[in-house]
Design a protein around this ligand. Structure first.
Ligand code: TXE
Length: 480
């Protein structure tokens, strides 16, 4: 059985404990590799390596850092097929999604920040009485980057690329559920000539390795993406240590469809925003609000198209949905279908585990599920399910749908479908969200601020926001 290795101080090494955890292929339910069951000692070794590398790396010219990270991006692109197959095997998502979204976006993340650092400048302020202020933006030191299982390399690279490009060193922990592409990336880092200790990847469990990174006294910055509960646990540890903290957490995103929408576009995109990646994207629109004038027409058409989606082997070209990421996650998602029925909902389609045959017979598959008849404030409509399950509700007025959309403790993303541009601006302005898409979904410009409000997180990633997070500003005022 293949043993994944940690990447510490430029080398691929075993965990100090020499103990391992099973790594499952969710599409077959089989163990296919082993993950280091690392602990505090491995984290401490990684932090020491990152600390030792920081003085040189932070003083390396941005041009040199840029060249190395662009080389890494090119190596990812050159290894697209191998990485995409690894990602789908580890996560369960359709291969075509790994090939067209996850892996290309990981390369794009490195390219974006490797080139962005060449253009990132800070400000100066001239004063009347012959004094000048200039602001230095300095790298901070060892950054802890902790990422989730839904978009493994995509979100892993989204954190480490800006941290490294701006001159920090990193101790990173991918999810123990999907460690494999981060492991493959380690090998490319060596090939790209990333100096030893600049990036260190420690595999293992969240409450052991993630917690050890979070509480390590020599890791002043923590960037986390994952569940809201875990985010609050990390905040509890980091806050009294005055660490800089970026938290990208859960969502329960409204998808608001007015009766003056472009019906066909709204329908086509809603299928995607509901079930892409098996609904395991924090930006998915899991609460669908349809204005009464088109509710029945939209509902009927939506159900009819969703019933034609194929749940299958992620490696089959015609599979629209693959497996959800784990047995426990499948059980969690299905438990919400049971809850929805207890809360008075009606399952219009799906709501069941899908049993495939052959090698996939023990995989974790769920039918795309649409539920109607629930109140906007029931648990099913307030809690993040994070699977291929959406609810659909009618509404009459703008005020009513805004009240329902804003009623959850989350505020990450929202989608609005209308051809009335004034209404689009008004509704977008009133939604509790960090990202609002109008007549589109998941259209992403990497320069834009990315993140949410309320329990969806703290801070923003994306564009120069990431460089602001991964640097400390210092104002120098000189009397001339
Ligand atoms: O996230 P966790 P999981 C939501 C989704 C999902 C729930 C839990 O609802 O069902 O979160 O998913 C590490 N200290 N999202 O279990 O536990 C862990 O090892 C430090 C939304 O994946 O938050 C992993 O590397 N680290 C999210 C990372 O945190 C800890 C995407 C995320 O794990 C830790 C994924 C601890 N105490 C899930 N405990 C999004 N916003 O995209 C765990 N970890």
């Amino acid at each position: 059985m293949e043993k994944i290795k940690n990447y510490i101080n430029g080398e691929m090494i075993n965990p100090i404990s020499n103990t391992y955890i099973d790594n499952y292929n969710p599409s077959t339910g089989e163990v296919y590799s082993l993950i280091p069951d690392s602990n505090e000692e491995d984290v401490d070794l990684a932090v020491k390596s990152a600390q030792a590398a920081f003085p040189t790396w932070s003083k390396t010219s941005k041009e040199k850092r840029s060249i190395i990270l662009q080389k890494l991006a090119t190596l990812i692109e050159d290894n697209l097929d191998r990485f995409a197959e690894a990602e789908s095997k580890d996560n369960g998502k359709p291969l075509k999604l790994s090939k067209t979204v996850d892996i290309p976006r990981a390369a794009a993340n490195f390219n974006f920040y490797a080139t962005g650092v060449l253009h990132y400048a800070s400000e100066a302020h001239a004063m009347e009485d012959m004094a000048i202020n200039y602001t230095l933006r300095e790298p901070i030191g060892v950054c802890g980057c902790i990422s989730p299982w839904n978009l493994p390399l995509y979100l892993f690279s989204w954190k480490i690329a800006p941290a490294l490009a701006i001159g920090n060193t990193v101790v990173a922990k991918p999810s123990e559920v999907t460690p494999y592409t981060a492991y493959l990336l380690s090998e490319l880092c060596i090939e790209a000539g990333l100096p030893k200790g600049v990036l260190n990847i420690v595999h293992g469990l969240g409450h052991k390795v993630g917690a050890a990174i979070t509480k390590h006294p020599d890791v002043p910055v923590i960037s986390f993406t994952g569940g809201t509960i875990t985010g609050s646990e990390i905040a509890r540890t980091a806050a009294p240590m005055f660490k800089k903290l970026s938290l990208e957490l859960g969502g329960k995103n409204p998808n608001i469809i007015f009766d003056d929408c472009d019906f066909d576009k709204a329908l086509k995109t809603t299928i995607h925003s509901s079930f892409a990646n098996q609904g395991q994207i924090c930006l998915c629109g899991s609460r669908i609000f349809v204005q009464r004038g088109i509710y029945e027409k939209f509902k009927t058409a939506f159900v009819e198209k969703v019933e034609r989606l194929k749940v299958g082997n992620p490696f089959d070209e015609d599979s629209n949905l693959g497996a959800v990421v784990s047995q426990s996650h499948m059980e969690k998602v299905l438990s919400y279908v049971t809850l929805a029925e207890e809360e008075g909902g009606t399952v219009l389609t799906g709501g069941n585990q899908v049993h495939l045959d052959g090698d996939q017979k023990n995989g974790y598959y769920i039918a795309p599920t649409i539920i109607e008849g629930l109140s906007f404030d029931c648990r099913t409509n307030q809690e993040e399910i994070f699977g291929p399950v959406v609810t659909i509700m009618p509404f009459d007025t703008e005020e009513e749908v805004l009240m329902m959309a804003n009623s959850t403790k989350y505020g990450l993303a929202a989608t609005v479908w209308t051809q009335d541009v004034t209404k689009a601006h008004n509704v977008a302005a009133k939604l509790h969200a960090g990202i609002v898409w109008v007549n589109c979904w998941l259209l992403r410009d990497l320069r834009t601020p990315f993140g949410g409000v309320k329990n969806s997180g703290v801070g923003r990633e994306g564009g120069f926001n990431a460089f602001e997070f991964f640097t400390e500003p210092k104002n120098v005022c000189i009397k001339l």
